[in-house]
Every structure is written in C-alpha cells, then in structure tokens.
Design a protein around this ligand. Structure first.
Ligand code: SAH
Length: 350
C-alpha cells in the first residue's frame, strides 16, 4: 500500500470529505490490495457505530405501474411487455403482518410512480400501516413528488424515503432518462425530503451506461454535500425490454469498493447490500456486508407478483432474499460474524 493512499484514506476518515483529485486517485488506483484495506477500515468503522449487527427491511413492491420512462428500468412506461399489477391495501397490510411475525420492524413500500396511488391513497396506506404496527418504521420509495406530497406523507407517519439520485452528472443523467426527467428536480426532491425530517436515502447504479470515473466523483461529492442517512448502491443489470438491453452489467468489485468508500465518507450511514448485488454475484450480499454494508432488504411481496417487479433481468426472488428464507439469511450472516436483528434500525444519532 503506498503512503499516498494511506494518507488519503486517513484524510477521508478524519475530515469526512476529499477533493476531486483525491477521489480520482482512490478510484483510479483501485487494486485488490487497496480494496481490502478499504473494506477493513469500513468494517471496523461500521462495527464501532452499529456493532456486528445487520438490519433487515421488509420490501413490499406494491405496484409496477409507472409514468416514468427511465431507459435502464424494466418497468418503464414504454415497456408494453411488462405485466402490470398493483396490490390492494389489504394485500399490503397482509405483507406487513407476515413480515412482523418474521421479525421485521421496518417496511419499505416501493413502487413505480403509479398515478392510481394519489396522495390521499398513499396517506391512507401510511395511516393504516402505522396504526397497526406503531413500533415499526415505514420507508417510502415511490419516486419524485411535489414537496406538499412529501409533507403529507411525513405528517401521516412515514419515517424514511429512498430516492436514488442515480447519477449526479447532468450529461449522464440525460443519457439515462428522457427529457422530462431532470437531475435538478431529483436533487430538489432529495433536499425537500431532508428538510421535512425524513431519514433520506440517495444512491446510484454502478456501471450504468455512460458512467465514467468523473461521474462517480460527482456522486461522491454530491453525497458529501447531501449527507444522506441511507445510500443505495447496486450494480446496473440490463433488462431485455429496455433500450439498454445490450449494455453490459456493472462490476461487482467496483460496487463493493464504492460501498466501502461510502462507509468511510459517512460512518453512520445505513447502507444496504442490495438485491441487485445479490443477483450479480453468488453471495453478493455477504460480500456487501464485508465491504461495509449493514442492511439487507428481503422481499415481502406476495409470491405471485415478485417476478413481475422486474427492474432488471434474472432478479433473484426465490432464495435468501425472500423473507420466508430469513433463516438461511441469518445463517449466512452468522457465518461471517454478523447477527440479523429484530430492530427498526434507525440512523445512529437521531
Ligand atoms: N420508482 C422509484 C423506486 C423504484 S426503482 C424511484 O424512482 O425511486 C428502485 C431503484 O432500482 C432505482 O432507483 C434504480 O437505481 C434501480 N434500478 C432500476 N433499474 C435497474 C437496473 N436495470 N439495474 C439495476 N438497478 C436498477
């Protein structure tokens, strides 16, 4: 390990930020050895803040209707082949019920931007879930909304919101999205969410088409400014019915490296080892935890809709990522020294 690299890692940990040139140095000089050092530091930091504990979130993919047309995403509105579904309030509550029994204390309602779910209906859902499970945290991941909508959801009891920024580079954002979707609005949404007191999650896909080292530097600088409580990072995986069908998937190694760097940048961050990571590599989520992650999000959606919520090809939906297989997940985490806990798992220091 060069002295220069050690010095930059020390700086990152002591001042919580780096210059663009220092980030570039870390990204361009990635090696097995450097990655191992980043993972070692990141793990030790995560253990200091959260202990050897992994938090679980029950993911409920409640609708795959979407008004957006993100070029990477399998449920984009232009994909006429997607078989669309939405869950009823009773079905969603049923998922929570099953999840609660299994030990979940956070539910994540994720979906496309489905116009059927008006603010009124979302508020009704939040009220029902928080009324029935008052000891649980509720996370929303339903895309870009006006500030007033976010305010109403928060008022109704939503605790957290996941909205990956996808890329902090303007030109790259335009490559990934149609004109009507702008980085400016995405960032405005994230700012509003933070201001409204949500534990807020940003994040990116690693290796999305057109992503360069400069884009990743933009992402790391943006995360430094935003100081999100959560960061979702997973590899891009092509979907066969999208414009990016022939693009290659993102690198698992780079994804892990970025997880480690983000832990060093934001020591208290809630960092999931994502389903995409588990899809891209056997044992991917365990590798994610070893790199610095401390959250996994098993799927609580009803069996019959899981294969329809297909953001990318080959999405795993029957193995350890499924909520029913929590036992297997617990074992594989125990095997690397981590305990899957029954806990809301809030951001440390709230
Ligand atoms: N509609 C909501 C949430 C659903 S999409 C929103 O826009 O926030 C959740 C995340 O899945 C996206 O933020 C994106 O980063 C990721 N995703 C979408 N398509 C993907 C693909 N092809 N490969 C990997 N991740 C993908």
């Amino acid at each position: 390990m060069s002295r220069e690299i050690e010095r930059i890692l020390d700086l990152l940990q002591s001042q919580g930020r780096l210059s663009r040139e220092q980030w570039r140095f870390l990204l361009e000089n990635r090696s097995k050895e450097l990655a191992a050092e980043v993972f070692r530091r990141a793990s030790s930091l995560r253990d200091q803040v959260y202990g050897k504990r992994v938090f679980i979130r029950g993911l409920i993919e409640f609708t795959n209707y979407c008004r957006c047309d993100c070029r990477y995403c399998g449920i984009r509105r232009s994909n006429r082949k997607a078989s669309r579904y939405r869950l009823t309030k009773e079905e969603i509550l049923g998922c929570c019920e099953a999840g609660y029994e299994l030990g979940f204390r956070t539910f994540v309602l994720q979906g496309g931007e489905d116009p059927y779910f008006t603010d009124e209906r979302v508020v009704e859902l939040i009220t029902a879930i928080k009324g029935r499970f008052p000891d649980c945290a509720l996370t929303l991941s339903i895309g870009e909304k006006p500030r007033e909508s976010y305010a109403a959801f928060r008022q109704a009891g939503a605790d957290r919101y996941l909205l990956r920024h996808e890329t902090a580079n303007e030109a790259h954002y335009e490559l990934l999205h149609p004109k009507e979707q702008t980085l400016k609005n995405r960032m405005e949404c994230l700012k509003n969410l933070k201001k409204l007191g949500y534990q807020t999650g940003a994040g990116i896909m690693v290796g999305s088409p057109g992503q360069t080292i400069d884009c990743l530097i933009d992402d790391l600088v943006y995360l430094t400014e935003l100081q999100p409580e959560m960061v979702g990072i997973g590899p891009f995986i092509p979907h066969h019915d999208t414009p990016f069908r022939d693009e290659s998937a993102g690198s698992v190694e780079l994804t892990l490296y970025l997880l480690g760097l983000v832990r060093l940048l934001l020591p208290r961050v809630l960092l999931p080892a994502t389903t995409a990571l588990g899809t891209a590599a056997e044992g991917g989520r365990e590798l994610g935890v070893k790199a610095g992650a401390n959250v996994v999000m098993p799927n609580l959606s009803p069996e019959n809709v899981r294969e329809k919520y297909l953001l990318y090809d080959n999405k795993i939906h029957t193995g350890k990522e499924a909520a029913e297989c929590l036992g297997a997940l617990k074992e594989s985490m125990a095997a690397i020294g981590y305990e899957v806990v029954v806990d809301r798992g809030d951001f440390a220091g709230l």
